[in-house]
Ligand binder design. Structure first.
Ligand SMILES: [Ca+2]
Length: 575
């Protein structure tokens, strides 16, 4: 792979930036603190499909087999109640091969090419363990209302090099791991741009990469590995330390097992697992959320059911002092001392037996009442994360006999280790090589926007804060001229929870990249009753169904202006 520059002053004086920074560079005067102007990329120009769609079956590219190319009439697909305009759907495979396990592998993909094209290309990073070609609508998270395909992007989606969504068997095959980690995206990108050229007569003017969860991970990996290929990156709930988060989840399951009803079981993905949700009932989690709100809601100047000032809340809220300790049986109004110990540990973050942090802390936030929070903590921690951490990321892969008794030390070591068969560690193939050094994309004029639910239970919002802080430190204390993080209070993993979880972050990203209009705030809406893109049942009854809020770029938070309706974003500002 390309080299990574670590000497920032050198980059600040690169050829691209030299004109704007001539004095500072030539004089070698470190006291000159004037920020270097970053290049402004030009706007994409609209076009139309110039090739006959069916003729794209004849598209040739090394290693590619096109299976089909057919016109999809307007309205055949509907997204959030909106008919998708006419487009050309091309399906195919790249790099068919026989794996070390004797099975056939390929990077399956589909590409949707709008008849009326914006001049832009969107790489859709998908979730989970990949393994299926999710419809290439360009879903960007933020509630099901925004899709790059609806905005005229040519969109590619892939299975990342293996089939069988949510199964981990591919994790025994070394190359399939690497394709899942980052190589499928690297291989598909130039192919997709060539296919765009075949379809429209020119390569895309501007290229974007986005997704949520594992798709957010793909996106932050691309900020590092594919910095020269993309102009804008939209990462939702980025599991950019995904192997660590997976080990952390298993550790969390072991914590919950200290307080659950022994013998209680539930079924997930066809398997019977311990019912860890008995450790914290919905009534107890709702009570905890209420206690957090009582302490933290008004810290942002509005008692509106939203804890906007996450940092202040961590200082103000004490699980020990602010939640009653049960004097008798659990009845939903209190927590036992053991429950408090477990939940304190969960928020303090996973540790090895010698006390080393496995991952990161998790903030207290009102979204702990959400069903998504519970699913990740109590179900996926036993049904999904053991597949990822035990098999796919592990130097000695094996299905875990019992995640509740698995060695966290061994799992934590396994994701950083290599072996003769697995020469690249899980952490190396799954994460950005250096998430704090984005000099290449920065100095090209590319931009990064990240959003993250503060009540995400699997990938910690705190880890995204760590990312933006480290990025700022590597850029004279402020990376906001090319990268911004937007916390979504109350939101669980990618969507849901008591939150304004519907927003279009792609349009502001395009405006930032192509017009230089920096996004200070992004307006988000609650998906209450009647929402065309799907109703979020966890919007509190006291909220307007269409409540709006500004999502603010970290470290700013949304504060009430002091007058006007609490339901309208216009009455809040980012401070
Ligand atoms: Ca509030």
């Amino acid at each position: 792979m390309r080299g990574f520059f670590s000497h920032r002053p050198l980059m600040a004086c690169s050829a691209v930036a030299a004109a704007a920074a001539l004095v500072a560079c030539g004089g070698g005067d470190d006291t000159a603190a004037t920020p270097t102007a970053l290049p402004q990329l030009s706007a994409a120009q609209a076009g139309t499909l110039s090739a006959a769609c069916a003729s794209l079956t004849g598209f040739t590219y090394a290693g590619v087999t096109i299976a089909s190319a057919a016109t999809v009439a307007a309205g055949t697909l509907t997204l959030a109640g909106t008919p998708v305009p006419e487009h050309c759907l091309v399906t195919g495979k790249l790099g068919s091969r026989t794996g070390s396990d004797g099975l056939t592998y390929a990077i399956g993909f589909e590409m949707r090419l709008p008849q009326a094209w914006s001049g832009r290309f969107f790489y859709q990073g998908n979730g989970g363990l990949d393994g299926s070609v999710v419809t290439a609508t360009g879903a960007t998270g933020g509630g099901p209302n925004t899709h790059a395909l609806l905005q005229g992007f040519a969109v590619i989606s892939s299975d990342a090099g293996h089939t069988g969504a949510q199964t981990a068997a591919f994790g025994f095959e070394p190359q399939a791991r690497l394709d899942y980690g980052y190589q499928a995206a690297a291989k598909l990108t130039p192919m997709a741009k060539a296919l765009v050229k075949a379809a429209y007569g020119r390569t895309p003017d501007r290229s974007y990469f986005g997704g949520c969860s594992n798709g957010g991970r793909h996106t932050l990996v691309a900020t590092s590995r594919l910095a020269e290929e993309y102009d804008g990156f939209l990462a939702g709930a980025p599991g950019y330390n995904l192997p660590k988060a997976a080990v952390s989840q298993i550790w969390g399951a072991q914590q919950y097992a200290r307080a659950y009803t022994v013998g209680a079981t539930t079924v997930a993905n066809g398997s019977t697992i311990a019912d860890l949700s008995t450790a914290f009932t919905p009534a107890e989690r709702t009570m905890i959320a209420g206690r957090i709100l009582a302490k933290c809601d008004a810290l942002d100047s509005a008692a509106d059911g939203i804890v906007s000032d996450t940092a202040a809340c961590q200082k103000a809220f004490s699980l020990a002092d602010d939640v009653p300790t049960c004097s008798g049986a659990r009845d939903g109004t209190c927590l036992t001392a053991l429950q408090k110990d477990v939940l304190t540990n969960i928020h303090a973050g996973a540790r090895t037996s010698t006390g080393s942090a496995v991952y990161n802390t998790f903030p207290f936030d009102a979204g702990i009442s959400g069903t998504g929070w519970a699913t990740w903590e109590f179900v996926n921690s036993l049904a999904l994360d053991p597949l990822a951490a035990g098999v796919v990321f592990n130097a000695t892969p094996a299905f875990l006999a019992n995640p509740l008794t698995a060695s966290i030390d061994a799992l934590a070591a396994g994701i950083t280790a290599t072996s003769a068969t697995y020469a690249v560690s899980g952490m190396d193939f799954m994460t950005p090589p250096n998430p704090s050094n984005l000099s290449v994309l920065k100095n090209r004029g590319a931009k990064v926007m990240v959003y993250h639910g503060v009540s995400d239970a699997v990938f910690s919002y705190d880890d995204s804060v760590t990312w933006i802080k480290n990025l700022a430190s590597a850029n004279d204390g402020d990376a906001s001229n090319f990268a911004r993080l937007y916390g979504v209070p109350g939101m669980n993993h990618c969507s849901g929870g008591p939150a304004t979880d519907q927003f279009d972050m792609l349009t502001p990203l395009v405006q930032w990249v192509e017009q230089g209009k920096a996004p200070d705030a992004v307006i988000a809406t609650a998906r209450g009753t009647g929402n065309a893109g799907g109703v979020n049942a966890e919007v509190p009854a006291g909220w307007a169904a269409t409540r709006t809020r500004p999502l603010c770029a970290y470290p700013k938070v949304a504060k009430y202006k002091g007058s006007g309706s609490l339901e309208l974003a216009a009455n809040f500002s980012c401070q």
